[in-house]
Structures are given as structure tokens and as C-alpha cells.
Design a protein around this ligand. Structure first.
Ligand SMILES: *Cc1c(COP(=O)(O)O)cnc(C)c1O
Length: 368
């Protein structure tokens, strides 16, 4: 069915069974459909090791950024200020969202290969009492670095601040116990580690903190409070047209996550994919960009070999013609390219990919 598999961090390669359930057209006001929405909300809370009434789940139309934007522009009030700890494009996107909506923020920026430090966050909080919220990314997809959310969460909690986490590329692939890590608002989306198709994001929220946000949103469509109220009061009713096919696919993807053995089994598969990828690519002359101590299991950045006689485009095309798509375009200052290993990807795919890359290098050398 697939022409090629995606080695990108979303949209990603999904199963044929996830794609198949989208053959059904569903209406949105019907009880069957609302029950699917309610079931998804409850399952997401369970995956985050939290439950009603302490926490609640909201689904939001749009890509992952819509979810992050809905949280920042609803939860950070007109008199509030958010400290954004960033070490890549997705952390910096939060500052962009704040600028657009006129949300007050302070940026603590680290280089792409360094994690934000909890001690430094503590210093920011001590020096600027106007800061009410702390926001950061868990798996920064720019580089593949895995940030220490638990450590920053502890500092945010100790200072009595609200903690917002973009766990877009990790939730479902890495265990995230929200309450233990001090997370008040977590955002992820349908097309990442749960392995659904693109079309909505979801927010797991501290219910009391969300309930205090009525009338605070800067946008109608992205009003997280109103979206939540609509779903709560309507028994699973979305405020505006919901992506019905995407929701059905997500429901199926959740069943398949459970069948695989839940988050621990999925995490183990991703870990094995990433380990094999880094090992084999390194043996072929591509050095991983990050220190293994901070490398996450989702996506790996590789340094372009010095004096390479081929372009990334040539390599990309050769591999794509043989069934795999890399993540094109470097986003960092370092000369790198990225390979994702989440989705319906198994160690045998990584071995095949490595063999294709080895063939490419041999052919390029022979052509010299
Ligand atoms: C994918 C991703 C997002 C959201 O990107 P969209 O293109 O809006 O879906 C946000 N943060 C991180 C860390 C991501 O990996």
C-alpha cells in the first residue's frame, strides 16, 4: 500500500488498519461519535498516569502548533508572564506565538545541543517575580535532544508556577507521569507517537487551572477553556466541525498502542530503532550530532561528513527511490540532516535503510 516509509517525526508511517478505519463517514452530533471522543479523552489521561477530576483532556482541531498556541494564549493571562526555556525551533516557536498574541514572556535560550538547566530556571524565577508560568519542549525535534522536564517541573512547582510542556514528539513513545513531573498542561498531537494521522492536537490539563481561564483567550477558535466546556457539557461534542476520519484513526491507533504493550513496549521499539540507526550510520561515516547522554529515541541528527563528494539531495533521492524518506532540510547552525524512527518502523527497516545507504556510498565512490 505504501510507496515509501516515512522516517520523519510526523506525519509518520501508520498501519494499514489505522488508515482503513477512515473509510467510514461519521456525523458529529451522534452519540456513537461523541462516545469515541470521550473514550479517547479518558485513555489519554490514563496514558499520562492521571485521571479526572484532578486532570482533564481536551481535543483541539489543527496541527500540534494549534494546541501549543491554544494553551499559551488561553492559560497565560493578561497580567501573567511565561518563562520559555528553549533549545530549538519548537521552543522558539512558543516565543513567536506569544509575540503574535501579545502574551508577555521571557526567553531562556540554550544552544541546540544543550538542555535547559533546572538551576538556571530557578534563578530566572527568583530574579523576576512577575513570571507566573514556565514552558518548555520535552523532545526537541530540531535536534532530537530529550530535555529534563521532571527537573524543571520540580523547580516550577517549588516556586508555585504553572508548568506547560510541549510533549508533541514524545507523548505515547516515552512514559510521562504528568503529576509526578509537575506538569499542569501537556500538549501533543494525533500524528506523532500515538501513530495516528494529522488533524488534531490534544491537551492534558490540570482541571482547576483550566477552569480558572474562562474569558481569557485571545482567540475564539483556539479558546482552550471554551473547547473544554463544550466537550464537557456536550458529552464529547466538539465546538466546531471535528476531523471525524482523523478521530476514528486515532481511536484505532490507541487500540494498537495497547496491543503493542503500551508505552513501555513502544518506547523499547523506538529505543532499539534509534540505537541501531546511530550505530550503523556512524559506522558509515555519519557522526551523531548529540552527546548520547542527551539523545532521545525519536529522531537523530547526523553531521554531514567533511569533504563529502555527494549532496544531501542525491542521497535523499537514492534512498527515497528504494523505499524510505529522510527528513530533509537542516534547521540548525551545524551542518546536519535528520532521520526519524517513530511510526510503523521496526529494526528491520533500519537495517534495510543502512544497507541502502552503504550501497549509495559505494556507488558514489565508484563514480569518482
Ligand atoms: C511536531 C512538533 C510540533 C508541532 O508541529 P505541527 O507542524 O504544528 O504539528 C511542536 N513541537 C514539537 C516538539 C514537535 O515535534
Amino acid at each position: 500500500m505504501n510507496q515509501y516509509k516515512l522516517l520523519t517525526p510526523g506525519p509518520l508511517t501508520t498501519t494499514d488498519t489505522v488508515k482503513a478505519v477512515m473509510q467510514v463517514d461519521h456525523c458529529t452530533w451522534d452519540d456513537d461519535y461523541k462516545q469515541i471522543t470521550q473514550r479517547i479523552r479518558a485513555q489519554l489521561l490514563a496514558l499520562g498516569h492521571v485521571a479526572e477530576p484532578a486532570y482533564t483532556a481536551v481535543l483541539m482541531q489543527g496541527s500540534g502548533t494549534f494546541g501549543v498556541e491554544s494553551v499559551l494564549t488561553t492559560v497565560v493571562g493578561p497580567k501573567d508572564k511565561v518563562l520559555i526555556a528553549a533549545n530549538g525551533a519548537y521552543g522558539l516557536r512558543m516565543t513567536d506565538i506569544c509575540r503574535h498574541a501579545g502574551v508577555a514572556y521571557t526567553l531562556y535560550e540554550q544552544p541546540n545541543d544543550q538542555r535547559p538547566e533546572a538551576g538556571v530556571v530557578a534563578k530566572y524565577l527568583a530574579e523576576d517575580p512577575a513570571i507566573t508560568h514556565v514552558a518548555m519542549v520535552h523532545g526537541e525535534t530540531t535536534s532530537g535532544i530529550l530535555n529534563d522536564v521532571a527537573a524543571v517541573g520540580q523547580v516550577a512547582k517549588a516556586a508555585g508556577k504553572t508548568f506547560i510542556v510541549d510533549a508533541m514528539s514524545t507523548f505515547g513513545g516515552i512514559d510521562i507521569p504528568l503529576a509526578d513531573w509537575g506538569i499542569d498542561f501537556l500538549v501533543s498531537s494525533a500524528n506523532k507517537c500515538i501513530q495516528g494521522v494529522p488533524g488534531f492536537s490534544f491537551i492534558l490539563a490540570n482541571r482547576e487551572k483550566l477552569a480558572a481561564c474562562a474569558g481569557q483567550a485571545r482567540s475564539l477558535s483556539l479558546d482552550l477553556y471554551d473547547q473544554w466546556k463544550g466537550m464537557e457539557d456536550g458529552g464529547g461534542k466538539w465546538r466546531f466541525t471535528s476531523p471525524t476520519h482523523v478521530v476514528l484513526a486515532f481511536d484505532q491507533a490507541l487500540k494498537e498502542l495497547e496491543a503493542e504493550g503500551g508505552i513501555p513496549a513502544r518506547h523499547a521499539r523506538y529505543d532499539e530503532n534509534q540505537r541501531l540507526l546511530a550505530e550503523n550510520f556512524q559506522a558509515l561515516g555519519f557522526r551523531p550530532y548529540l552527546d548520547p547522554a542527551v539523545q532521545g529515541p525519536i529522531i537523530t541528527s547526523f553531521c554531514y561528513p567533511e569533504g563529502a563528494t555527494f549532496t544531501f539531495e542525491e542521497m535523499y533521492r537514492y534512498i527515497k527511490d528504494r523505499g524510505y524518506v529522510l527528513y530533509p532540510g537542516k534547521v540548525m547552525e551545524a551542518d546536519t540532516f535528520r532521520v526519524g524512527n517513530i511510526g510503523e518502523i521496526y529494526p528491520e527497516d533500519i537495517l534495510k535503510l543502512s544497507a541502502i545507504l552503504a550501497d549509495f556510498l559505494k556507488e558514489t565512490e565508484a563514480a569518482q
